[in-house]
Design a protein around this ligand. Structure first.
Ligand code: LLP
Length: 428
């Protein structure tokens, strides 16, 4: 494995054959914090954000980090300090934004199933906007706002019926998906929203899917949304901001998504051409801000040659890195100590969890020995945030590297942490 094969990450590279995150060699991080371990590069996250900021230079735009991708407090703090707002999908995520000390007025609240309690919390906190996903939700939000004697700022998430050309589980903008209000119901829904005294229409929203690697679906969705903005405004309802969601993909396995600034150059050209270039814009990127900034260090516990397959059994598992098991997702797996002379063998890289679905990579050519360290790459997004305690495995520690400093931003969970909320039955 040479540096050129690491998925597009200048801050994660081989130096003297050793995988290095910013200024720190990963074997030392493993030694100091143990394995399995999530390691993130701060510079890499800020570089990803800078691409969006460059793209929006001279425009009115608010970047709301979709924190479901990685909601660790220090990461929220980092993005808040860099000027981001947040896209949240639960009361829990709102509490995290508050705990990170971020500005709640820059929060937008997405999701098809907001509860009344969550709506109340968000209204009391003073969030910027609710992205309402159904006509029924509109009525409930109106009632909750009136109970509190306030008005709720709303956008309606419209479903543009555009194919994002991504994995079906993470495609959200098609008619068959549960998300948003159908394009042909959108105008009527806006008219209803404008008539409700507990609501104030402030924007329009759309999000068509995740890990999108092509520009066309975005351009198509934008046309559909702008058609609606024109129709809604013709009906006398002003739309203050336009939210184009998130979804930009990253390079996992030779994928070639556009850079954020290149994508936005094309989208802004369309906005300009249609006369919307000076409108307040919002976006909700998640994966593209954090995905390639993270890796997971894992130790090879055993090599197990077999008749049909060789297994490389590591100490990270599907509960830590659920994407392969859930979506058959590909994450590159590389040795921490590069050795071009060692003989490589094909392995399925698997974890200790008692499921055949517990694999991290299939048919990977690796030159490894028991006790070696491997790195599972591009694990900054949707790994820690989707991890679980299955098999009573404590969640991993997380370390954020900043130059030659390593900050432990989450300590490793102990077994006692995993059952701290449980109680035994009373005896007798
Ligand atoms: N906005 C909304 C309303 C969303 O539903 C999502 C992601 C985002 C923004 C951020 O999308 P991103 O920029 O990260 O693509 N667990 C899956 C991905 C699920 C995405 C869910 N929604 C995975 O690991 O691939």
């Amino acid at each position: 494995m040479t540096q050129a094969q690491l998925p597009g990450q200048p801050h994660i590279s081989y130096r003297d054959q050793v995988l290095t995150v910013e200024g720190l060699a990963s074997p030392e991080l493993a030694q100091r914090f143990g394995t399995p371990l999530f390691v993130y590069s701060k510079a890499s996250m800020l570089a990803a954000l800078a691409a969006y900021q460059r793209g929006f230079a001279g425009r009115k735009a608010q970047i709301c980090y979709a924190m479901k991708a990685n909601s660790s407090l220090a990461i929220l703090q980092l993005f808040a300090q860099a000027g981001c707002g947040f896209d949240i999908v639960s009361g829990g995520e709102l509490a995290r934004v508050q705990a990170a000390g971020a500005d709640v007025s820059k929060v937008i609240f997405s999701g098809v199933g907001k509860t009344r309690a969550e709506m109340r919390l968000a209204l009391q906190a003073g969030i910027g906007c609710f992205n309402v996903e159904s006509e029924a939700e509109l009525e409930v939000l109106n009632a909750v706002a009136l109970e509190l004697g306030t008005t709720a700022p709303v956008s309606i998430r419209v479903n543009p019926n555009v194919d994002a050309k991504t994995h079906p589980y993470i495609s959200t903008g098609l008619k068959g998906n549960k998300f948003g209000v159908a394009h042909d119901r959108a105008l009527a829904t806006y008219q209803r929203a404008a008539s409700l005294p507990g609501l104030k229409v402030v924007g329009i929203d759309c999000h068509i899917g995740s890990q999108i690697t092509q520009v066309d679906p975005y351009l198509d969705a934008m046309d559909r949304v702008l058609d609606l903005v024109e129709a809604i405004e013709r009906a006398g309802i002003p739309i203050h901001h336009i939210d184009f969601g998130g979804g930009l993909g990253i390079n996992y396995n030779g994928d070639t998504p556009p850079e954020a600034d290149a994508l936005w150059a094309q989208l802004l050209a369309k906005l300009d051409a249609r006369g919307f270039g000076q409108r307040q814009l919002m976006i909700e990127p998640g994966r593209s801000l954090v995905g390639n900034a993270g890796l997971c260090l894992t130790e090879v516990l055993y090599l197990k040659p077999g008749e049909q397959k060789n297994f490389c059994i590591v100490d990270a598992a599907m509960n830590d890195l659920p994407r392969p098991a859930m979506y058959e997702a590909y994450h590159a797996i590389v040795p921490v100590q590069a050795d071009d002379t060692a003989t490589a063998t094909s392995y399925d890289v698997v974890g200790p969890v008692c499921e055949s679905g517990d694999w991290l990579g299939r048919d990977r050519t690796l030159a490894v020995a028991q006790g070696d360290l491997l790195a599972v790459l591009s694990t900054g997004a949707y790994c820690m945030s989707m991890s679980s305690n299955y098999n009573t495995r404590g969640r991993l520690a997380e370390v954020l590297v900043d130059g030659d400093q390593a900050h432990l931003i989450r300590r490793r969970e102990t077994a006692a942490d995993t059952f701290a909320l449980e109680s035994l039955l009373p005896n007798g």
